[in-house]
Design a protein. Structure first.
Length: 253
């Protein structure tokens, strides 16, 4: 299938990092963004405690997202945050199914699907993460694993406006400095596009597929140049405004 040119999305996942001091870094980032082209989208998903404050200083270009949400709108779920609450705090996106959530909180794909549906209902764009672990990669099971996780994790769409974003995140590449080869990334992204098309038909062509796992200024431009890679989900290198801007610049150059 020929790929459509999609607007690139550079997304930062701060994970469990950042207190109010980090807002200085965000101010620096928004100032730097003022002089750069707006031909790509840029997003930070900070810890929930910073969403409101960050949304108030983010300016028009920088978008804010959550890192997870509960599958219900409200209720007796101590410690959880609903998609509606994220939206109310100023988020436009939410990451669901990150491998750290799947591992730390035993979130299974059926739950990830419900989270994605809750996000869509709240008017958030869900970023659904999928990826194989190292043993699955060396056993040659990557394609099967991605296929299985995606089919179970993809939400049902209620309208033509609903869209999901997929992040391909090989678990062995997250925070390790290891990155698959461009061919390996390309193969998985092509497969993801095909699975999206099977599931959603033509709507799939406009759904961004991000790569995540040790993306940094030194490899971003090569990764962003791969067919069907429509952006990045960046952990470590999103924490420093300078590095994150350096990646964004490669997306708009
Ligand atoms: P990393 O994390 O860029 O630090 O490898 C990516 C992610 O987990 O989203």
């Amino acid at each position: 299938m020929g790929s459509v040119m999609l607007r690139t999305l550079i997304a930062g996942n701060w994970k469990m990092n950042g207190t109010r001091d980090a807002l200085e870094e965000v101010k620096h980032l928004t100032r730097a963004l003022e002089s750069l082209p707006r031909t790509a989208d840029i997003l930070i998903c900070p810890p929930a405690t910073l969403i409101m404050a960050m949304a108030s200083i983010a300016g028009a270009h920088l978008k804010i997202g959550g890192q997870s949400c509960h599958a219900q709108i409200s209720g007796a779920h101590t410690g959880d945050i609903s998609a509606d609450m994220l939206r109310d705090a100023g988020a436009e996106y939410v990451i669901v199914g990150h491998s750290e959530r799947r591992d730390d909180h035993a979130e299974r794909s059926a739950y990830v699907k419900a989270q994605g549906q809750a996000a869509l209902q709240a008017g958030l764009k869900p970023i659904i993460c999928v990826g194989e672990d190292y043993n699955q990669r060396v056993r040659g099971e990557t394609q099967d694993v991605i296929d299985r996780i995606m089919r179970k994790s993809l939400p049902d769409l209620a309208s033509e406006q609903d869209a999901v974003i997929i992040a391909y995140e090989p678990k062995w590449a997250i925070g390790t400095g290891k990155v698959p080869t461009p061919d390996e990334i390309g193969e998985v992204h092509t497969l993801i596009r095909r699975i999206l098309a099977d599931r959603y038909g033509r709507q799939a062509q406009t759904m961004p597929i991000l790569y995540g796992g040790s993306m940094k200024p030194g490899n971003a431009s090569e990764i962003l140049g791969i067919e069907d890679v429509n952006g990045g989900l960046i952990g470590g290198a999103s924490l420093k405004a300078e590095d994150f801007i350096a990646i964004y610049k490669q997306a708009v150059s």
